[in-house]
Design a protein around this ligand. Structure first.
Ligand code: SF4
Ligand code: SF4
Length: 164
């Protein structure tokens, strides 16, 4: 996995132009069965890819924390939301709450998340490859293929299956 993660940014860069064209066509003509296709591709990929061997999303890109996330996680720590914010979060240029540090403070050396049951919604949903209307988040996916080996493989498989 280490070798894959080392090479992933370059691999994604090489595919960038091809991926841009693909997503532009996908946006214009999304197939009727796209939601089902993405569900299948996502499930097949995550049967092969073990996130515990990777954790690259937790190491390199933090989630944003919604108010509901902050409420839930601070309750888990039996802490006031304001204290949780002061200890772990900062406000970014879009005014969102994000982690003060990367890799994520809650990531253990064994790649387990210490707040897994109450982790932010963005962590639960990453890399968003099983979401409905996948064509609407192409800008995000173009970035995620350089971070997430599973997203990279899913997009490659999409291109093989959907020959525009
Ligand atoms: S909260 Fe957990 S799942 Fe989310 S980035 Fe941190 S370690 Fe990863
Ligand atoms: S979601 Fe992607 S980047 Fe995150 S741990 Fe799993 S394979 Fe790695």
């Amino acid at each position: 996995m280490e070798k894959v993660l080392r090479e992933l940014p370059n691999m994604a860069l090489e595919k960038q132009s091809e991926n841009r064209k693909f997503f532009s066509k996908l946006k214009k003509r999304p197939p009727k069965n796209l939601d089902y296709l993405m569900q299948d591709l996502h499930e097949e990929e995550f049967e092969r890819t073990d996130c515990l061997e990777c954790a690259n999303c937790c190491k390199t890109t933090g989630p944003l924390f919604t108010n509901a996330d902050i409420e839930r996680i601070s309750k888990f720590f039996r802490m006031k939301p304001s204290k949780f914010i002061a200890m772990y979060l900062r406000t970014d240029e879009d005014n969102d709450h994000v982690l003060q540090e990367l890799p994520c403070t809650f990531l253990g050396p064994d790649n387990y998340c210490s707040i897994y049951e109450v982790r932010p919604k963005a962590c639960r949903e990453f890399p968003h490859t099983d979401r409905k209307k996948f064509q609407q988040i192409s800008h995000l996916t173009l970035k995620n293929v350089a971070i997430c080996p599973a997203a990279y493989n899913i997009v490659e498989e999409m291109k093989r299956k959907l020959k525009f």
